[in-house]
Design a protein. Structure first.
Length: 548
């Protein structure tokens, strides 16, 4: 470990929830369960439409719904309403009502933990505390029911967010959760942990997790959340270090010289104008990396290979700049030249400088002051113009340090339509297919059409043959592939009986009598197209023990 960084173990950090009272936190978790302060409980209380609106940070429907249940005669329903209004809607509650909802910890206990403040018999939320979790696997394993503390969001408080704001469960964090491929791993790294969302998931399939952040408050929130959910996460609240190491420091500095099997990161990737004389205190640490342009993402992509074990992988989210006249992939590809890493970039969105500025100014509530908003908006546009940037891409990044017989993967693609979630298992299967293609002779393989694949044929009325033949995936990345008639003929023959070579030979014999037929070009082209169909999951090997 780099001596300039430090292990974070404080349970009482100023202006953050306290995690040095595990017994009180255990009582709080039990009290939450008893009043059904869970994802399902809140959803049932609010109803589908109000619950969906709350997910969009629109609180009015939830306020109206809880006004109807505030006077309920059912103690459990009344108690749940109090907690939803207190934390999710940031509506102050009477001490007596909070005491009735949480008789174990009580309002005074919440204040002692730094979760609320009390004045004149009224309890006000100091932070956001909300249910979080995920479903179990089909065999009943792997699910979790948790609670997560973070700073109050923009829609829960007036004014601009504090610069050391600790972000809660946002769209980016859940996107990374859904994207991550989750094999069993001995050592994992959560780089830029925030309030700990990625760490919670890593603990379910990794033996040990190191979580880093440049913000001491963020690590304090993470430690609080770990102790609050110790039972569900199967960690010892009195010995967190047995499975979790919290490190204070910037980027990879806290783990210099160490190696990991898996790295996940939702880094502060937002491209924010830098000003002369600006200090870290002037930046929003949860989103601004402090470097100009997209250098925070590029520096991570270039350096993550240094902390990966052979065969180790890294997954992260990021923004990248697209200069006028360039393709979106040009800049990300340049970051990896000569790195020796396997790489897969998927661009999910591209916006112009104006829309980018609007998104992030609104994110921190900077649009509430018209003069500040105008100046900040102009600064964004000037900053992008200084580098000739006409677009900003957002997407998913997968990297691997190859080992053994693993194949070389270099993919840069744009997928902007809706895909299946969680997508992580499908990404893992795609990588396994790429490795399979690298390690096996495709011409001898016997292939099957994947179960989620359908075929569409379109033709003009009265036409003898279809003009368009499409293969569509119903799962995963939901790709669509335009087929030539010969490739469509190949796919229709993929029932596992004949090898790739046998099917191509038969098609060549069928079509070879045509004038000008080039057998060598036909075979080469078709073989290449079949490989792509396997890579993308339209066709899968029918070989026990080898099929990914």
């Amino acid at each position: 470990m780099n001596p300039s960084t430090s292990v974070f173990s404080s349970g009482n950090t100023p202006d953050a929830p306290r995690s040095d009272q595990p017994a009180l936190l255990a009582a709080l978790a039990d009290a939450f369960k008893s009043v059904n302060y869970t994802l399902d409980g809140v959803a049932d209380l609010l109803g589908p439409s109000a619950y969906a609106a709350l997910g969009r940070d629109q609180i009015i429907p939830a306020l109206l719904a809880t006004e109807r249940t505030s006077g309920s005669d059912q103690a459990g329903l009344r108690g749940l309403t109090v907690l939803v209004r207190l934390w999710l809607l940031a509506v102050p509650q009477a001490v007596a009502d909070v005491d009735a909802a949480l008789p174990g910890p009580s309002a005074n206990g919440l204040a002692e933990l730094g979760l609320v403040s009390i004045a004149d018999g009224v309890v006000t939320a100091a932070v956001d505390v909300r249910p979080y979790g995920w479903d179990a696997n089909p065999d009943g394993s792997g699910g979790a029911e948790l609670w997560v503390a973070s700073d109050l969001a923009a829609h829960q408080q007036p004014g601009v967010l504090r610069h050391d704001h600790v972000l809660g469960i946002g769209q980016a964090s859940t996107t990374l959760v859904q994207t991550t491929i989750r094999p069993h791993a001995k050592r994992a790294l959560d780089l830029g942990t925030g309030c700990g969302i990625q760490t919670f998931h890593l603990l379910h399939h990794c033996e040990h997790v190191t979580a880093t952040d440049i913000s001491e408050r963020a690590l304090a929130f993470t430690r609080f959340n770990l102790v609050l959910n110790a039972a569900a996460l199967e960690v010892d609240p009195n010995n967190l270090e047995a499975r979790i190491s919290l490190r204070l420091g910037s980027l990879l500095e806290p783990v210099e010289g160490e190696r990991f099997d898996l790295v996940v990161s939702n880094p502060p990737f937002v491209i924010t104008p830098r000003t002369k004389g600006e200090s870290a205190a002037d930046q929003f640490t949860y989103r601004d990396g402090g470097l100009p342009g997209d250098q925070i993402v590029s520096s991570l992509v270039k350096s993550l290979g240094s902390v990966l074990e052979p065969g180790g992988t890294a997954q992260m989210l990021g923004n990248w700049e697209i200069t006028a006249g360039a393709q979106w992939k040009d800049r990300p590809a340049s970051w990896l030249e000569g790195s020796g890493l396997d790489v897969w970039f998927i661009q999910r969105e591209q916006v112009g400088p104006e829309q980018y500025a609007e998104t992030w100014l609104q994110d921190a509530s900077e649009s509430r002051d018209p003069n500040h908003y105008k100046e900040a908006y102009a600064a964004y546009l000037e900053d992008f113009a200084s580098r000739n940037v006409e677009g900003i891409g957002f997407g998913m990044i997968w990297l691997r340090r190859p080992a053994g017989s693993q194949g070389t993967i270099s993919r840069f693609e744009e997928i902007t339509y809706p895909i299946e979630q969680p997508i992580g298992p499908h990404l893992g299967a795609a990588i396994a297919r790429a490795d399979w293609l690298s390690a096996n002779q495709l011409n001898e393989a016997h292939l099957l059409v994947a179960e989620d694949v359908t075929e569409e044929r379109h033709q003009r009325p009265g036409a003898e043959h279809p003009g368009v033949i499409l293969l569509r995936q119903g799962a995963g990345l939901r790709r669509t592939n335009l087929l030539s008639s010969e490739l469509a003929g190949f796919v229709s023959a993929c029932d596992g009986d004949l090898s790739v070579n046998q099917i191509i030979t038969a098609l060549e014999a069928l079509l070879g009598g045509e004038e000008g037929f080039d057998a060598e070009a036909f075979t080469s082209t078709l073989f290449h197209e079949v490989g792509n169909l396997v890579l993308d999951g339209f066709l899968v090997p029918d070989e026990p023990g080898k099929s990914p």
